[in-house]
Design a protein around this ligand. Sequence first.
Ligand code: ARG
Length: 467
Amino acid sequence: MADDTTDTKSSNQMWGGRFASGPDAIMEEINASIGFDKKLFAQDIRGSIAHATMLAHQGIISAEDKDKIVHGLNTILSEIESGNFEFSRQLEDIHMNVEARLATLIGPAAGRLHTARSRNDQVALDFRLWVKEELQKTEQMLTGLIAAFLDRAEEHAESVMPGFTHLQTAQPVTFGHHCMAYVEMFGRDRSRVRHAIEHLDESPIGAAALAGTGYPIDRHMTAKALGFREPTRNSIDTVSDRDFAIEFLSAAAIAGMHLSRLAEEIVIWSTPQFGFVRLSDAFSTGSSIMPQKKNPDAAELVRAKTGRINGSLVALLTIMKGLPLAYSKDMQEDKEQVFDAAESLELAIAAMTGMVRDMTVNTARMKAAAGSGYSTATDLADWLVREAGLPFRDAHHVTGRAVALAESKGCDLAELPLSDLQAIHADITDKVYDVLTVEASVASRKSFGGTAPSEVRKQIAFWRARN
Ligand code: ARG
């Protein structure tokens, strides 16, 4: 404490040795991170216990001091967990709040904990541990979402629906196949998450301020104790790197984009005009003025959360882009972006998993829509290629004429009399009607990864074995 000055504010008890007075109120406000980094308390304490244990093992601090430190840290952990800890903004961040409390609890031995480390490697450690756990949680949640889609896909391997391009009816597909498209997307998201875990799995502690330390520490020991594969290899990079947070945010942003596309489809499908799905009461809301309405609010909010996640990614990329090596205080702004994105992503995955599991699929509406819009026109063209030997381009032209005729008569392709079809091309026989139904159309698309129910079932089996 700088009590030999007239200034009423006291300097920081952790680093205030050379300061005569404490910070201005605004300085304190802009500097403090405790308001959000208290979320890292468990990681901070875990890291400190591993560090103190290693210091004692290496003979840098005594076993007695280590025992006091570990005991004190465990006390603090239960104080925080039970809500009996008073966080102080004057103490800036979680690291100094914990250390100050430790000093109160165990006295001078507390001052030995910070030997051979700095808040720069400490915060890198705490945050990595937090992000790693969040990535593991995300991986599990994506597995749950994939499982929900696999169940729906299995149930609807044969249910036909229109497939779209440009949101215009294109060709009939199965709803199971459409569900499996999301399985592929969320499967890729999950592998991005797994790669991110692999990338960040190195322990930063022991990099100290930026240059390493002269104490005979054992970074392999702390890495192992904290569940990391190995220690990081460059102390400068270690304290200036936030790639792990950015990789989390990019994986989250891509998953968010997928969730948002799904949300958009659910919004469209649940309109009375489409009527393909009906959301459960549990995942929709009513209107306070229009009694007939059932709104897909959860889907809309998932679509919107994606905007927040993208914002966080861009924010952190921008925060980092101009920083010289190594640590700069700018990096303190990393946490809120990640915390906010993590919360949004968790909510979005959970809401989508619930919606997908609960929604009622209206197969009759889907089937009726699947047959409209001349969705089997390609099947007619393919038939002409296969059975009448026409080059595809000519077959395309002939089919176009048939579609125009059906359109002028206000009927489907399958409703055109054979004489009409034969007037367009003489080689057409009544066998053609076999391919003009939506069921025949989807069943024929047996190419690897195609929409035929048999093929969809193969893909479901592939993913079941991997989920
Ligand atoms: N609260 C800081 C952060 O979040 C901890 C590291 C502070 N390091 C320093 N040299 N001031 O980044």
